[in-house]
Each structure stands twice: as C-alpha cells, then as structure tokens.
Design a protein around this ligand. Structure first.
Ligand code: UT7
Length: 355
C-alpha cells in the first residue's frame, strides 16, 4: 500500500515586513539581503494573538477541506517546528485543542528536525498509513520565528532570513498503487550541531562546548549549587538566547547534501532527475536553490521558489511552497514532485511523490 497527500493548505500572517523595514532596527540593507539570499520580504504574525499552533490550525483546516474530511476525522498528528509555543508540552496538543478535537484523544507527535522537520514528519506519516495503522494522518510544519529573533545588528545574519508561516497536509492511503509517496530518505549528522543552533535556554550546562574544546561563558553558578542553569542572568545580558548560524559553513554543506539526498530518493524509486516535474526545495537561500537546480540540470520552470516573498519559514517552507505550486496549477495528477530539505542538526531529507 502507498500513502498520498490527499489535501494540502498553508497560512501566512497578513503583515508584510520588507527589507527596508528591517534597516530601521539594524545595520543592514535591502541590497545585501536580496543579493545574498534572494529575500525581498517576509511575514510576521500578530504578537500575542497568533502562535505557531494557531497558524498551524488554520493551515490544517484548509488541508482537511481539500482532503474532503473535517479535523474530527484526523486520527494522528505529526507536528514539526523549531519555534514551539511552549518548551513543553509540544505544539501538537496545543493545535489539537485549537482545532477543538481533544475529545478524540488522537496521538500527537512533535518533531524537532528544524528545516527537515516536515519531511521527517511526512515520512513518519507515510509509515503509519502504509502499514494500515491510520487513515488520516495530519502532517504540519509551522513557525513563529519573529517572536525569538535578535533584532539588533548582532543578530542580522540570522534575523533577516526568517519569516513566519504554516503548512499542513493530510496523508491518506492511495487507491492507485502507482501514485503517492514513492520514497522518503532521512539523514542526520550531529558533528556540527552548534553551527546552526538555538542553545539557550537549555539543560546543556556548557557540556558540549567543553567537550568540543570551545570557550563559552554562560555565567553558570558553581556546579554544587542548585538552579539558574537553564537560563542565567549572564545569558540574558549577553544575548545568548538567540539562534546563531555560521552561514558559509552551512551553505557549503547544504549545496552538497541537497543533490545527494535527491539522487538517493530517485535511485530508490528507479527514476532519473529528468523524470522530476517539479522540485520543491526548502527555502533557505535562493542561491542554494539555484545551485541545486544547476546540479540537477533542471529548468527555472521545474523549481518552485518563494523565499523572495516569505523568507525562510523552516519546517513550514516545504509545505507552503508545495501548496502554492499546487494552487498555481504547477502540480498535476501523475506529475513527479520532489521535496528536499537541509538544516540544523545537521539533518537533511527528501521525498518523491507521484501526484
Ligand atoms: O535553513 C537552514 C539552513 N540555512 C542555510 O542553509 C543558510 C546558509 N547560509 C546562507 O544562506 C548565507 O551564508 C547567509 C545568507 C546566512 C550569509 O551570507 P554570506 O554571503 O555567507 O555572508 P557572510 O556570513 O559570509 O557575511 C559576509 C559579510 C560579513 O561582514 P564582513 O565580516 O565581511 O565585514 C557580515 O557581517 O556580511 C555581513 N552581514 C551582513 N551585512 C548586512 C551578515 N549579515 C548581514 C546583513 N546585512 N543582514
């Protein structure tokens, strides 16, 4: 048995934030951002009103409608995000409550695989459906980055890239054995975990830095005292509670791993790059997508990019882009669609879908 995407939806907040708007709070320029990333604008959610879980609920309602079901019919939830509403519990249960389906007590699994989160989630859903365990698995990627970024010049290399949004898909058994999810490939390598990371607040206590032989002062009290390990006044004072990234390091690995994992999925399905009708890459940087496109010999028409309008929405970027492409009529029955992502962890993944 195969599984298929029976319905897909996305939501982005109304508020458009241009590059010029960011120049008012940090030392950056529209020219730098466009040239290095391709981004012209991104969306930010309404503070105190919208959250990662509420945006996901909106995308879910659309996905359900298009799959011909109601949220009540969902029998398992897989939720991917790196910007959860709470440290715990995860967004899966919060979205379940937001959708008003808590009485059904369906399982909710939270996935923490950053930019690859949606693809990891899709693969989990695929296994559950293929084995006949569930019939309507909801897969969600949602991010409210704007609540946790450093809007000073110190954070500019990360902050200008990210935007808010959500995407959701309903995964069901496919009635046609030749159509649906043909292959998913998942990878991870924690060697460079800190190269793109959001480490505080956390329970690491500086351990990994010590082991890596790196000097890092988080202002911890002596080891024989209680408390103040998770979030210290020193972290607050020195802005050590924001995401950080070594951009060029990440870039170099991304352009290597994207083509690799795409080819791996094609091999598994007995297909070639020339069979791909549309590639939906994770929207990390327009230059990365263009590099991957060249590597695979695809035309502009075969790659969907929307980073120009939405920035990088991490776990939400693949489902938002896929949904947009589908709405634009670029994904038709029988088309071979390839999804691929690379990000923090590092984790990377791909999926091949015969639509
Ligand atoms: O989605 C998860 C996976 N993420 C990625 O794949 C991201 C991969 N990396 C990238 O996309 C790029 O490395 C960035 C867009 C993050 C950065 O672009 P870059 O061309 O690699 O720039 P850089 O980090 O090498 O910085 C070049 C210069 C530096 O100044 P100096 O040292 O040359 O004087 C930075 O301080 O650009 C400066 N800079 C900025 N200037 C204006 C960094 N951020 C900004 C900014 N505005 N926002």
């Amino acid at each position: 048995m195969r599984s298929k995407i029976a319905g897909i939806g996305y939501y982005v907040p109304e508020r458009v934030v241009t590059n010029d708007e960011l120049t008012k709070v940090m030392d950056t320029t529209d020219e730098w951002i466009q040239e290095r990333t391709g981004i012209k604008e991104r969306r930010y959610g309404r503070k105190h009103e919208e959250t990662t879980a509420t945006m996901a609920a909106i995308a879910t309602r659309t996905a359900c409608e298009r799959a011909g079901i109601t949220p009540e019919d969902i029998d398992f939830i897989v939720f991917a995000t790196l910007s959860p509403d709470y440290y715990f519990p995860g967004c899966g249960v919060l979205m379940q409550r937001e959708l008003g389906i808590t009485h059904k007590e369906v399982g909710a699994l939270d996935i923490r695989n950053q930019c690859s989160g949606f693809l990891y989630a899709l693969s989990v859903a695929d296994q559950f459906v293929k084995t006949g365990t569930y019939k309507n698995v909801l897969v969600v990627g949602s991010e409210m980055h704007s609540m946790g970024l450093d809007f000073s010049t110190r954070g500019r290399n990360v902050t200008v890239i990210f935007g808010d949004g959500a995407g959701a898909a309903v995964i069901q058994p496919s009635d046609d054995p030749d159509r649906g999810i043909l292959a998913t490939k998942l990878h991870a390598d924690g060697t460079y975990a800190e190269k793109l990371a959001f480490i505080n607040p956390g329970c690491h206590g500086g351990y990994h830095f010590k082991k890596l032989g790196e000097d890092a002062d988080f202002g911890y009290p002596p080891a024989n005292t209680y408390g103040e390990i998770f979030l210290t006044p020193h972290m607050m004072e020195h802005g050590q509670y924001y995401p950080n990234m070594e951009g060029q390091f990440v870039f170099k690995l991304a352009v290597q791993k994207f083509p690799e994992v795409i080819r791996e999925a094609l091999d598994a399905a007995g297909l070639k790059t020339s069979d791909i009708k549309l590639l939906i890459p994770h929207q990390a940087n327009l230059r990365i997508s263009q590099f991957v496109q060249r590597q695979l010999g695809l035309s502009d028409d075969q790659v969907w990019n929307n980073i120009q309008r939405f920035g990088n929405t991490t776990a939400a970027s693949v489902p938002i882009a896929l949904c947009e492409a589908w709405e634009a009529g670029k994904v038709k029955d029988g088309d071979l669609v390839c999804l691929a992502a690379f990000g923090s962890g590092f984790t990377w993944a791909s999926a091949l879908i015969r639509w």
